[in-house]
Design a protein around this ligand. Structure first.
Ligand SMILES: *[C@@H]1O[C@H](CO)[C@@H](O)[C@H](O)[C@H]1NC(C)=O
Ligand SMILES: *[C@@H]1O[C@H](CO)[C@@H](O)[C@H](O)[C@H]1NC(C)=O
Ligand SMILES: *[C@@H]1O[C@H](CO)[C@@H](O)[C@H](O)[C@H]1NC(C)=O
Length: 422
């Protein structure tokens, strides 16, 4: 695949940043509280399952140059393999903008209230918006919906924050476009043209709008929103801050470094989820991929000090990655005027982020690398870095989290988690 001309890319970037968003209609937003399957998850009393319905969200995705045929599993798999193997993120198969308007959709989320009041009386309403990474869903922040001791949202609640962990559109229980009077059955959004990073940015922009509104989200009207994104969620977060720099008060970027370093395709061994034999995925379009290599996945997600029960569960509960997300070009240009807090987090042994980790020198090297990255992408941001000790890529599922639960984040991380004193 030959790189398209830089002029063309510049023109496309310009057209992306020039997109205007229609102000969403108030009536299109509805929040519903729903019951959760309590056998699967001992629901903490401070938490509730929410469905955030929104409608008519415009977004500017991209058109791929020569997309795979939607019904050809072999071609889709190969296309996914090709674009998860490129090392230069510009060298991607794309040709122009693809405008979409997301119809009425339901974003599934898990909302938790703080377990202690925030010590700062002027900033009581701080919500941490937790956005999962590729092949995960909101349960990544909640101990995979089983283990309280690896539940990062629980720690944040203990430290005085509200949390809202969402399933990105097309993932977890945000997968359907609900049936309408024209289409009785729920539809799956197109995994190639619909589910791409720009659509996530627009949906999250609307979510933040909802969270700040006094009338919509159960009267909360949050004063402060901290965006916390892991991997794909971090990539979305950086683009989101660039496009809507007013929306959030701080950002936490975790498990992310955009050098084009990606785990080898063999480690994931992606295949269309519809062909994995799981009932839940049998009607999915083929462009929703799932990994089929459990030992490979363990080596991507986990390292050093972790509970041996987690990798198997993490493999079984894994979510999908779409062709649109995997192949979206994701060119990272700096977020120019952002003057707020940025916390950059990675597992010390996350070899997607710090491929040379493992000894003391490497630790310093990695820390410096993340600091440099933060300064480059957020030149005016207030950057700090936390390398999570003895942990791999999915650091929020490692034993270090249990330690942070017992001793507090500040003691373990030696940095402030963005939130208070914003
Ligand atoms: C994958 O890449 C190879 C090598 O560039 C190319 O020949 C092939 O057509 C690509 N496959 C798909 C499905 O795009
Ligand atoms: C989706 O809903 C089902 C049924 O309530 C539940 O068991 C499952 O955990 C949910 N998945 C996610 C990612 O929320
Ligand atoms: C699965 O991943 C492991 C570990 O990276 C690798 O050695 C193995 O070859 C992979 N298996 C397949 C079937 O790709």
């Amino acid at each position: 695949m030959a790189p398209r001309s830089i002029c063309y890319i510049a023109a496309l970037l310009l057209s992306i940043s020039a997109t205007t968003t229609a102000t969403p209609l108030e009536n299109d937003f509805v929040l519903t509280e729903v019951a959760l399957d309590t056998n699967a998850f001992p629901v903490p009393t401070n938490c509730k399952a929410w469905i955030l319905r929104m409608g008519g969200v415009p977004a500017q995705n991209i058109e791929f140059w020569s997309p795979p045929k939607a019904d050809d599993a072999v071609e889709i798999t190969e296309y996914g393999r090709n674009c998860t193997s490129v090392h230069d993120p510009i060298d991607t198969d794309w040709s122009g903008p693809h405008e979409i308007v997301v119809p009425k959709i339901d974003i599934s989320a898990f909302f938790c209230e703080p377990l202690k009041p925030n010590p700062d009386p002027n900033a009581r309403r701080i919500v941490q918006l937790l956005v999962h990474g590729a092949t995960h869903n909101k349960w990544a922040w909640h101990g995979l919906s089983r283990y309280q001791q690896y539940n990062w949202a629980y720690i944040l609640a203990k430290e005085g924050y509200y949390t809202l962990a969402i399933d990105l559109f097309g993932h977890g229980n945000s997968s359907f476009i609900p049936g309408t009077k024209y289409t009785a059955k729920p539809q799956f959004p197109d995994p190639i043209t619909d589910i791409q990073q720009p659509v996530h940015v627009e949906i999250i922009h609307n979510l933040v709008h909802m969270l700040r509104s006094k009338t919509r989200v159960k009267g909360f009207g949050f004063d402060k929103v901290v965006y916390v994104g892991h991997g794909l969620g971090a990539q979305i977060g950086i683009h989101f801050q660039r496009k809507y720099p007013e929306d959030c008060d701080a950002i936490v970027v975790t498990g992310y470094h955009d050098t084009g370093l990606r785990p080898a395709f063999e480690k994931w061994n992606f295949t269309p989820s519809a062909l994995t034999g799981q009932d839940e995925y049998k009607d999915r379009p083929l462009g929703y991929l799932k990994g089929t290599n459990s030992s490979g996945r363990e080596s991507i997600m986990f390292a050093h000090n972790y509970d041996p029960r987690l990798p198997q569960l993490d493999f079984e509960l894994q979510d999908t990655l779409t062709i649109g997300e995997a192949c979206w070009p994701g060119i990272m240009t700096p977020v120019p005027n952002w003057k707020k807090k940025v916390l950059w987090v990675a597992g010390e042994y996350d070899d997607q982020v710090c491929p040379y980790s493992g000894n003391k020198k490497a630790y310093q090297y990695c820390k410096k690398r993340l600091e440099d990255r933060c300064k480059r992408l957020f030149p005016h941001g207030e950057c700090s870095v936390w390398l999570v000790q003895n942990s791999g890529h999915a650091w929020m599922l490692h034993r270090e989290v249990t330690k942070a639960q017992q001793k507090g984040i500040k003691t373990v991380a030696k940095v402030d988690w963005p939130g208070f004193n914003l």
